[in-house]
Write a protein that binds this ligand. Structure first.
Ligand SMILES: [Zn+2]
Length: 286
């Protein structure tokens, strides 16, 4: 993606230098009963907070070396530009339908963070909290994509930001609240199905963004879309579960399979039309 020298969003809270505060032992996110927290990664039964090796660091990680610091700074700039590009696209889409887009805030953090949805650690991966309309990103996830998921290039991180912004769109449209209300009425397995529909719609919105940003700015490089599809493939629930447990439990899927994540991102990208993203009534997901 072409991003150097482009506008960086000012809707950013940089908390990288701050301590995570009262991080709960074991990591993960607490407070999910109040708000539907939307993470980027699923995997169902492999909730990162339940895996000892992936639990939150009990103390802060080592300070960054100067080389790491400049890499971190470059990644921060990149996600700020991506956020700005999502603002331009969603402002245009909302305005075209006679609405006003309320821009979300991006919180950059390291190790741990406090949100209106509770405490979270880096182990949770990037997430969106509807309670404060903020996206939370620890830039170390950038590295995790490359090392743990073997996903190359810069565009996967753009997909991550666009996916979390997709959850913000669901928040603005009232979808998040509707699904959140179902939480207390459904069994976990039933609710997981709704979670999958939410997540795939966020992937779809990320694809819609990619379509529009290319039309508006001509800023995608050849290969960007393939990079995003590669990432979608790597982080499907079936793939994550197989890696973590050696088997697949479809009832525990919360984000969708690799094939589904690819399908919905691609559908958003090829149509660019938010009306095509009704995952809740799609026959393939019933
Ligand atoms: Zn998500």
């Amino acid at each position: 993606m072409q991003w150097l020298g482009r506008r960086e969003s000012s809707n950013v809270e940089d908390r990288r230098g701050m301590s995570g505060g009262t991080l709960l032992k074991g990591g993960g996110i607490v407070g999910v009963l109040v708000y539907l927290v939307s993470t980027f990664l699923g995997g169902g039964e492999i909730d990162p907070s339940k895996i000892p090796g992936l639990a939150a660091p009990s103390s802060q990680s080592a300070p960054l070396s100067p080389a790491e610091q400049s890499k971190d700074e470059e990644r921060a700039k990149f996600v700020k530009v991506v956020l700005a590009e999502t603002e331009d696209v969603w402002n245009e889409i909302f305005t075209a339908s006679g609405n006003r887009y309320q821009e979300p805030t991006l919180v950059l953090f390291r190790d741990g963070v406090e949100s209106a949805c509770g405490s979270a650690s880096s182990a949770s991966g990037p997430f969106y909290c509807p309670g404060d309309a903020k996206l939370y990103v620890d830039l170390s996830f950038y590295q995790e994509l490359q090392e743990r998921f073997n996903v190359a290039g810069d565009f996967p991180m753009a997909y991550v930001v666009a996916h979390e912004v997709g959850h913000h769109i669901q928040n603005l449209m009232g979808t998040a609240e509707k699904v959140n209300r179902l939480r207390s009425q459904l069994s976990e397995t039933e609710f997981n199905r709704y979670s999958v529909m939410m997540e795939l719609q966020a992937d779809f919105y990320a694809g819609v963004w990619a379509n529009h940003t290319q039309k508006l700015k001509n800023n995608l490089d050849p290969g960007d879309i393939d990079e995003a599809l590669n990432a979608a493939n790597a982080i499907g629930d079936d793939n994550l579960q197989k890696q973590a447990t050696g088997h697949i439990t479809p009832d525990a899927f919360t984000h969708g399979t690799s094939a589904q994540r690819i399908y919905w991102f691609k559908k958003g990208y090829t149509t660019g039309d938010i009306k095509q993203g009704d995952t809740f009534n799609d026959p393939s997901l019933q």
